[in-house]
Design a protein around this ligand. Structure first.
Ligand SMILES: Nc1ncnc2c1ncn2[C@@H]1O[C@H](COP(=O)(O)OP(=O)(O)O)[C@@H](O)[C@H]1O
Ligand SMILES: Cc1cn([C@H]2C[C@H](O)[C@@H](COP(=O)(O)OP(=O)(O)O)O2)c(=O)[nH]c1=O
Length: 238
């Protein structure tokens, strides 16, 4: 039975970069690894519609916080079997955005905090009703909002297919979302969290990834990280 780890954070935080480093670290350790990413824009019609709505299509669809969250949730429901199979056959399953993205972005859009109705609604919808598998651990890639926004702008400048979507272009939303993510961590919402800064260089990302993979795959009770690394894992439990 493998470990399912969801990697979360703002747009441009460095999630995909960390997922890549975690996968490399696990492979170097001889582990069998699978990587998934949500939304699955190309593989799932619900995600496809949500992605198009984020870029202004489908009338007022984007205006509805709940409608957008239902689409993202149905995308995950459609992948639930894949996640269960991966957990059964792999040592480590890395998921770039998962249920907590819906909780953080939806609550932020509604101006709610972690105790508001939206976060509870996401849990009831995705976990209790749709049967989306609960992850074993979650990682918040936490960087200052301005750095994440700059990375989104740089990415768009380098790749015209990555124009910022409606959420990415909304700095106030990203700031509220960062606050909700911090509350989700504080509450150990859904599963234990660890927090990683991604402001350092690539070598530091690699060191951090190696320490985290060692922790998950060894099942040790605490995560020893080289000094200078920015991982905070006191919320990890085994
Ligand atoms: N630790 C880091 N140091 C410097 N640049 C980074 C780091 N992590 C990510 N980046 C860069 O920031 C941008 C966004 O990273 P990415 O992993 O795609 O973020 P996300 O998946 O959270 O949107 C990319 O151009 C990436 O190369
Ligand atoms: C997966 C997911 C994403 N989102 C939001 C977060 C992002 O701002 C946006 C798009 O996801 P994102 O991961 O940024 O996709 P990409 O970088 O490929 O465009 O959707 C949710 O609100 N709920 C979810 O369940």
């Amino acid at each position: 039975m493998g470990v399912v780890v969801a990697v979360e954070g703002l747009d441009g935080a460095g999630k995909a970069t960390l997922v890549g480093a975690l996968a490399d670290a696990a492979l170097r350790r001889g582990a069998v690894v699978e990587t998934l990413a949500f939304p699955r824009y190309d593989a799932d019609v619900h995600a496809g519609l949500a992605g198009e709505a984020l870029h202004g299509a489908h009338g007022d669809l984007r205006d509805s916080v709940h409608a957008m969250a239902v689409l993202f949730a149905l995308d995950r429901a459609g992948a639930a079997e894949d996640v269960r199979r991966a957990r059964a056959t792999q040592d480590l399953v890395l998921v770039d955005r998962y249920v907590a993205s819906n909780a953080a972005y939806g609550a932020a859009r509604r101006g709610e905090d972690v105790d508001g109705p939206f976060v509870a609604w996401v849990h009831a919808l995705e976990v209790e009703r749709l049967g989306v598998p609960v992850p074993d651990a979650q990682v918040l890639v936490r960087v200052p909002g301005e750095l994440a926004a700059q990375r989104v702008r740089d990415r768009a400048a380098a790749d015209p297919t990555r124009t910022p979507d409606g959420y990415e272009a909304d700095a106030a939303l990203q700031a509220r979302c960062a606050a909700v993510y911090d509350q989700l961590v504080e509450r150990s919402w859904l599963a234990p969290w660890s927090v990683v800064g991604a402001e350092g260089d690539r070598a530091e990302v690699t060191r951090t990834a190696e320490a985290m993979v060692e922790f998950w795959l060894s099942g040790s009770s605490r995560c020893d990280v080289a000094s200078g690394s920015s991982v905070r894992s006191d919320t990890i439990e085994t």
